[in-house]
Design a protein around this ligand. Structure first.
Ligand SMILES: CC(C)(COP(=O)(O)OP(=O)(O)OC[C@H]1O[C@@H](n2cnc3c(N)ncnc32)[C@H](O)[C@@H]1OP(=O)(O)O)[C@@H](O)C(=O)NCCC(=O)NCCS
Length: 203
């Protein structure tokens, strides 16, 4: 792979949407499956809530190889769904269950803040700097759009991602432990990390 042939772009042409859904699901499907267990329903739901205008996408040789989603006060990469949609698509009981779990995961941006909504690089293309570049593109977007800070949460069973964030200048600001939820979520703690866009870290 020639790194300088990877294109980083905001938003995504329609032809890539289904590969974006699959890639996002490969990384976060296990987490989302707590809310929506059946693969088919989960993919259907992801497809209906996916808003590519809230993402940076890495494309190499006409193939989608990476996604970095974000959440702003106006919307988020996976935010295009309402409580009513969940009920109508999953039924009353499963829809309420899904809403409860999504509520648990919800990280609303505070004033001046951009919150990450997932970053994933295709498994064949990891360790080549694409994740780092996606974070830099998020940084540029945040700066250009007057966000003071980027915030994310990383779970305790993902040290690789945490290391990447630290390398890109994110600082841990808070750790939460919830061992009583491990049976449900499969992780029992997370760290909140932040990066100020006021520094010199990003061009
Ligand atoms: C986390 C993730 C997005 C990182 O993406 P990536 O493209 O592999 O990230 P990078 O290539 O920029 O960095 C990864 C490693 O490759 C190294 N690397 C970067 N550029 C490189 C290059 N040109 N040649 C060799 N190694 C390189 C980095 O130093 C880094 O090493 P480290 O892990 O020891 O710090 C990816 O592993 C992933 O998709 N994971 C699954 C989803 C996930 O966990 N998302 C995060 C949720 S919080």
């Amino acid at each position: 792979m020639t790194e300088n042939r990877v294109i980083y772009q905001r938003g995504l042409p329609e032809q890539f949407k289904s590969s974006a859904i699959k890639l996002y699901d490969q990384a976060f499907g296990a987490k989302i499956s707590v809310a929506v267990r059946a693969d088919e329903k989960r993919l259907f739901l992801l497809n209906s809530c996916f808003m590519p205008e809230y993402g940076i996408f890495a494309i190499y040789d006409k193939k989608l190889v990476g996604i970095a989603g974000y959440h702003t006060p106006t919307g988020s990469l996976t935010g295009g769904i309402t409580y009513g949609d969940l009920i109508s698509q999953l039924g009353f009981i499963m829809g309420n269950w899904a809403a409860l779990i999504f509520n648990l995961y919800e990280r609303k941006p505070r004033a001046g803040e951009l919150v990450m909504d997932g970053i994933v690089v295709h498994s064949d293309f990891r360790g080549k700097g694409i994740g780092s570049r996606l974070l830099e593109e998020i940084g540029k977007y945040a700066k250009e759009n007057q966000f003071n800070r980027i915030r994310l949460d990383v779970i305790d069973i993902n040290p690789k991602a945490k290391k990447l964030y630290e390398r890109k200048g994110f600082k841990a600001v808070k750790s939460e432990q919830f061992p009583y939820l491990r049976w449900l979520l499969r992780f029992s703690g997370s760290t909140r990390m932040e990066l100020s866009t006021k520094g010199n870290h990003y061009p």
